[in-house]
Design a protein around this ligand. Structure first.
Ligand code: BG6
Length: 513
């Protein structure tokens, strides 16, 4: 069950740290981008803050040749670059690195799994990790089935009813490429794993500000009565990044923006903002309510595809003080690629709470700044007192800033001091950083820790994933048949002109507060 209290749940749980089972974590794809930038810093910070089990080891599994020592040194460099707390604490590192190991193998090589099994058993006897295992699949999605099959074949995955030891598998997103492939993948992995052993990661759910959406909505009495179609005009969800695709050309050519961000991260935000109060805070209750939101989304029509949905791809441009190349000129990208790096759309949730309220979603790479926000735009106040024929007040807007500058802001109308009484919108702003005076744990810290604890609340359940694919698969199929006019937005701009048109058709405008 997810812990919600007035303190950081990770810290709260430190008191019961002895309750955490010992275990070994095996990371497949341990020489990749995610390991260096996110997983290694997360493990280091969990270790440094005393959040890992007392008996713990981590083993990197990858295809490149290297020894334990080289692996540890590389991780140290990554931690020094990417950790939220720097520089590395040398004293802690000296003892921590002794728990980190490297295992070289191809993903389909039986011998590699046989020797992994022997190696983990050896670590069990040295570190008293008691046979408990987490396998983290940070690899291209095409390798998921073979790795899981080989793990099972070589006795590394246990029966979920085994009382003496446990095994869990963390699977990176995207889970499938569309509804059919997600179902196929689920069919494959469920031959070897029970649902309770599968942790489908969507790291947005590990972000403090995303978890706070539930607290904000359901621990405060003032919001619930206005959180519906009677008071809310529309909702906007923006996930903008100033970065391009960097070195991930292969990945992006396979996936594109919709599969990379929209189908998972953005739909999680939408579900949390729109869901009904769950009956309790346990994993099933929260996921049940989230999936109902997805089930209530009105299926897109051909008219939606043409009028209310836009895809884009960045061209060259100027951003953060420098000239940058277009997507088609990036490394490992087809020079006539039709892959989208941007999408914007309008959708409706056909249930009682949200009847008639449009939800507008937009996001992409190489936009002017990094900003992930949810904006709730309230209906206008009656114009009788202050409008006098012309519109002089702005709507109230509540913004949940997921990142950066995590916090919540409320835009309200205010009288400017003085006799002429003009009205001006002002912003009440709560910022996590300045209020709590410390950096929040990274999403991956929380999620690795939850998996060690066996809590799947902040992971995506299979019906959520499939429901989300059900919404977007027809759109992906439509796009496949259309020729694109890419590139259609310059790097450093807010996306294609057509995405503004989605809003102007409805007499609205995109907002970043
Ligand atoms: C990842 C995507 O899941 O999320 C990346 O694959 C994206 O393309 C990243 O850049 C964004 O994560 P965050 O935490 O920086 O918003």
């Amino acid at each position: 069950m997810t812990q919600y209290s007035t303190k950081n749940p990770l810290e709260e749980e430190t008191r019961s740290i002895r309750m955490i089972d010992p275990c070994s974590l095996v990371i497949f794809g341990a020489t990749g981008d995610l390991m260096g930038k996110k997983l290694a810093p997360a493990l280091y910070n969990l270790g440094r803050e005393g959040m890992l089990p007392a008996n713990f080891t981590a083993v990197g599994f990858a295809r490149r040749e290297k020894n334990h020592e080289q692996f540890r040194n590389e991780l140290k460099d990554h931690i020094n670059t990417y950790s939220r707390v720097k520089p590395i604490d040398e004293t802690f590192w000296k003892s921590f690195e002794k728990q980190l190991f490297y295992h070289r193998s191809e993903f389909d090589d039986d011998e590699g799994y046989r020797s992994l099994d022997a190696f983990l058993k050896d670590l069990d006897s040295q570190f008293a990790t008691r046979g408990n295992r987490i396998f983290y699949l940070s690899v291209q999605p095409k390798y998921f089935p073979i790795i899981i099959e080989k793990l099972k074949q070589h006795g590394l995955l246990y029966d979920s009813h085994d009382q003496s030891k446990w095994s869990r598998v963390i699977i990176e997103k995207p889970f499938g490429r569309d509804l059919e492939s997600a179902k196929w993948l689920q069919g494959e992995i469920s031959k070897y794993l029970d649902e309770s052993q599968i942790y489908r990661i969507d790291h947005y759910l590990g972000k403090e500000t995303v978890q706070n959406i539930l607290v904000f909505r359901f621990a405060n009495s003032i919001f619930e009565s206005i959180w519906n179609y009677k008071h809310i005009d529309h909702v906007q969800i923006t996930a903008a990044e100033d970065l391009g695709i960097g070195t991930r050309g292969h990945f992006y050519e396979e996936e594109g923006f919709l599969r990379d961000i929209l189908q998972n991260h953005m739909m999680q935000l939408l579900s949390l903002v729109a869901m009904e109060p769950p009956v309790s805070l346990n994993a099933a209750a929260i996921r049940d309510e989230k999936v109902k939101v997805l089930q209530s989304i009105r299926p897109f029509t051909e008219d939606d595809f043409k009028q209310h949905i836009v895809r884009g791809q960045y061209g060259k441009g100027f951003i953060n003080g420098q000239d940058v190349v277009g997507y088609r000129q990036e490394q490992n990208v087809n020079p006539s690629s039709n892959v989208e790096t941007y999408a914007a759309m309008r959708l409706f949730i056909d249930n009682w709470r949200w009847a008639g309220v449009p939800f507008y979603l937009r996001g992409g790479k190489r936009l002017p700044k990094r900003a992930t926000e949810i904006a709730i735009i309230f209906k206008d106040a009656p114009g009788v007192l202050f409008q006098h024929g012309e519109k002089r007040t702005d709507p109230n807007i509540l913004v949940i800033r997921i990142q950066p500058d995590e916090g919540i802001a409320l835009k309200i109308n205010c009288k400017v001091p003085g006799p002429s009484s003009p009205i001006q919108p002002v912003k009440m702003d709560f910022r996590y950083g300045s209020y709590f005076g410390k950096s929040a744990p990274e999403a991956y810290e929380r999620l690795i820790w939850d998996c060690i604890m066996g809590d799947s609340t902040l992971f995506a359940r299979v019906d959520e994933v499939e429901q989300s694919w059900k919404i977007f698969t027809p759109l992906l199929q439509f796009w496949e048949k259309q020729t694109s006019n890419f590139p259609n937005y310059a790097s450093g701009s807010w996306g294609p002109q057509a995405s503004d048109d989605i809003m102007t058709k409805d007499n609205r405008a995109w907002r970043i507060l």
